[in-house]
Ligand binder design. Structure first.
Ligand SMILES: [Zn+2]
Ligand SMILES: [Zn+2]
Length: 378
């Protein structure tokens, strides 16, 4: 009797509710479903953000599976001349280590703080190349950097794009991504991509572009897309490709879909293995270090020297200082709102509190009181 070994597979391309109207999958359901499906790990790769990363990490820990942290970033297409149309393509990035996690944070933050396209939070390929340490890249869906090049410009340009992509990432860190959602273009594109990968010595990997937990949840996803696109359900249904395949498929189903390319399934485990070393230190705040602009430095010095008038409006000071001191010294147990009222009692209270304060604060307070005295002709 033949021994049937259950297939092993790990989802590496997954959208949660944090893909903002493009994901109908809750973070906690993602981890628990992965466990129920017998997966050793599961990734989170929301569109352009990492809002759910920590929640996913904790949920996976609770469920007993490894969390793979990633993002499907938007890459602005290189403009090819004046008036060239603005466009963004997808690219999946996964953190294989703490360094990779930091690279990811850096790239995703850049995409929000300085987007290179007005269409969405986005980065250039140069930004990704500059922060590639510890990253594993998958070439993306049909809307990905590689498939889009093949679909729009043909195989030759596609090969050139794949060659460029290879130089962006650390050696051995780029995988050619294949998906099978019952869409007419996919078998054709998969054939071309597999050929390219073989010729260029690059590994292939199978993903399902997960946007909801079960097939039945596809309907909810469509409702979300109505909100996102401002259209009626009837319009959305008409425009929809009719495929509700983007759910968390079990390993057996994935193995069956890619039965002609088993290495694409095996490589999901190889990637999960490579990402298993990521351990986050939670519980201690990771505060950024800000370098103060020169004028801030000057203000601090002025305060320290008691030159208060140059820094802040003297008239505001009594209330401000009283407020700060009041909050600092408010009776324990007092809620913030009454504490502020209590603190606003005025400069008299500030003067009392000043006696117990460090030198710099005392000097500021006494200067204010002196100014008040002069004003009142005392
Ligand atoms: Zn995509
Ligand atoms: Zn996707």
């Amino acid at each position: 009797m033949a021994l049937v070994v259950p297939a092993e597979f790990v989802h590496l391309h997954v959208h949660s509710q944090y893909s903002l109207l493009d994901g109908a999958l809750k973070i906690k359901d993602l981890a628990s479903r992965a466990k129920a499906l017998g997966m050793r790990a599961v990734a989170l790769t929301d569109h352009g953000n990492m809002f759910g990363a920590i929640q996913h990490y904790k949920a996976c820990k609770d469920a007993g599976v490894s969390a793979i942290l990633g993002c499907e970033v938007n890459v602005a297409r290189r403009r090819t001349g004046p008036g060239a149309e603005e466009a963004i393509d997808h690219l999946v990035l996964l953190a294989s280590s703490e360094a990779g996690y930091r690279s990811l944070i850096r790239i995703v933050s850049e995409g929000h703080v300085s987007p290179v396209s007005s269409l969405a939070p986005s980065v250039s390929m140069d930004t990704i190349a500059a922060h590639n340490k510890g990253l594993i890249a998958l070439t993306g869906c049909l809307g990905g950097v590689l498939a889009q090049r093949v679909l729009e410009q043909g195989e030759v340009e596609g090969r050139a794009e794949l060659d460029r992509l290879r130089s962006v990432f650390e050696p051995g860190s780029l995988y050619v991504e294949l998906q099978e959602h019952n869409l007419p273009e996919q078998p054709v594109v998969n054939g071309i991509l597999t050929g390219m990968a073989a010729d260029m010595g690059l590994p292939i990997v199978a993903t399902n572009d997960v946007h909801f937990r079960d097939r039945e949840d596809g309907e909810s996803q469509l409702y979300l897309s109505c909100i996102a696109g401002g259209r009626s359900y009837a319009e959305a249904s008409e425009a929809h490709h009719g495929s509700f395949e983007m759910f968390m498929k079990p390993p057996d189903e994935m193995a069956y879909l890619f039965r002609d390319r088993p290495e694409a399934i095996q490589n999901t485990m190889a990637i999960a293995e490579r990402c298993a070393g990521l351990k986050l230190k939670l519980g201690s705040p990771m505060l950024p270090t800000f370098k103060l602009p020169p004028e801030f430095g000057r203000a601090e010095t002025q305060l320290a020297n008691g030159q208060v008038d140059d820094v802040v409006d003297r008239r505001e000071l009594p209330a401000r200082i009283a407020k700060v001191l009041g909050i600092l010294e408010r009776p324990s147990g007092m809620a913030p709102a009454p504490a502020v009222t209590w603190a606003q009692a005025g400069a008299e209270r500030a003067a009392n509190a000043a006696r117990t304060l460090p030198d710099i604060s005392r000097r500021i307070v006494s200067k204010v009181l002196r100014a008040e005295d002069e004003k009142a002709g005392r």
